[in-house]
Design a protein around this ligand. Structure first.
Ligand SMILES: Nc1ncnc2c1ncn2[C@@H]1O[C@H](COP(=O)(O)OP(=O)(O)OP(=O)(O)O)[C@@H](O)[C@H]1O
Ligand SMILES: Cc1ncc(C[n+]2csc(CCOP(=O)(O)O)c2C)c(N)n1
Ligand SMILES: [Mg+2]
Ligand SMILES: [Mg+2]
Ligand SMILES: [Mg+2]
Length: 329
């Protein structure tokens, strides 16, 4: 007895309703989607896959898996300064998946489509004998020719990060049974930050529109590793001040219970915060933007001429990192 009514019944029942706002999706009944793009705009495209057991936990709630899936791609659009528009979904469902799982997964997509103003325009459905693998290709737009990129850092630029760092990493450690004694508030907050990142879409667009950032990216692998990508792209180095790295209360609680030093948050990853550089004279405008968006934006260091990343503690002593971030191989 198949657990699923059938491939096309699945598409029609759960996925086609998500495509309704887009004429070019043809109700998910055509060979491909047709995307409108206004004269003078440019399309920004990004793709990321999430694999069960590798990017999310197999028992994570299906609606939060959907939201994380969409949000990690929206975070890449944010890092480019783009406005999210639409997305494709390629889903490889395990052979024994329950239809109810997919129904709740699609409710998560619907909720985030409303939150971020995006529409499903197409995709692909397969079954797999392996772990669930979900891929979103997201499309965004920018007006004109400029985007935020990774390669325009200048020595003397300030480095900033949005939000707080390390919550998702500590959330994963907690969900894997690795932190005992967290308060209920901290447990909920850290788990939520792991399961459902907040793509900084408004921040990315504002940085681009106001010409504030000289380079930007979103932190997925780990702040230190991702900063390394920025530095390499521009052929410069950076100094980071450990005491300025923004930590949430729950993250401080988690670190204290683990007995681990604060610098572990720099390599944890899954933050999906924006890391960007700006000329020192833009400091006040960045503070204004932070207030406008009700989003902390913290200055954590400076770009320098000497290559490499140097991390300093409160006494200006160098701190060595055991790892800079996540890599798959
Ligand atoms: N298989 C691939 N084919 C083509 N380009 C790829 C492939 N894998 C990665 N890239 C490109 O390499 C660059 C770095 O990819 P990466 O996945 O690290 O970026 P990201 O999506 O910002 O980070 P993350 O995947 O950790 O969220 C991107 O420009 C991406 O498009
Ligand atoms: C169950 C589980 N174990 C480990 C991690 C940590 N992790 C996996 S991939 C990745 C970088 C971003 O992915 P990618 O580079 O593939 O886009 C990170 C930080 C997790 N999220 N879930
Ligand atoms: Mg990627
Ligand atoms: Mg990215
Ligand atoms: Mg990565």
């Amino acid at each position: 007895m198949p657990r699923i009514a059938g491939e096309f019944a699945l598409i029609e029942r759960y996925l086609a309703p998500l495509s309704v706002p887009s004429e070019g999706a043809f109700g998910l009944k055509n060979d491909a989607a047709v995307l409108d793009i206004a004269a003078g705009d440019r399309l920004v495209a990004t793709v990321d896959s999430l694999v069960a057991g590798r990017h999310f936990l197999p028992d994570d709630p299906p609606d939060s898996v959907a939201r994380k899936l969409l949000r990690v791609s929206l975070s890449d659009l944010a890092a480019m300064g783009a406005e999210p528009v639409s997305y494709l979904l390629a889903a490889s469902w395990p052979l024994d998946i329950e239809e109810e799982w997919i129904a709740v997964f699609c409710q998560g997509l619907a909720a985030d489509q409303a939150t971020f103003g995006v529409t499903l325009v197409g995709g692909d459905t397969t079954a797999t004998p392996g772990p669930m693998t979900l891929t979103v290709t997201a499309f965004g737009r920018v007006r004109g020719t400029r985007v935020l990129d990774r390669a325009s850092l200048h020595p003397g630029d300030d480095l900033y990060v949005s939000g707080t760092v390390g919550d998702a990493f500590l959330g994963l450690r907690y969900l894997q049974g690795g932190i005992d004694g967290l308060t209920k508030t901290a447990r909920e907050r850290l788990a939520e930050r792991y399961r459902c990142p907040e793509p900084r879409v408004a921040l990315g667009q504002a940085l681009l529109e106001r010409g504030l950032a000289t380079a930007a990216l979103d932190v997925s692998d780990g702040l230190a590793a991702d900063l390394g990508h920025l530095l390499t792209a521009s052929g410069v180095g950076a100094v980071l001040r450990l005491q300025d790295i923004p930590l949430s209360g729950p993250a401080e609680e988690g670190l204290a219970l683990l007995g681990e030093p604060p610098e572990v948050v720099l390599s944890g990853g899954d933050d999906y915060e924006l890391l960007f550089a700006a000329a020192p004279e833009r400091l006040a405008e960045i503070a204004d933007l932070s207030r406008e968006l009700s989003l902390p934006i913290t200055r954590i260091g400076e770009v320098c001429v000497e290559a490499g990343l140097s991390l300093l503690d409160a006494e200006q002593n160098p701190v060595a990192l055991k790892s800079t971030g996540w890599t798959h191989f």
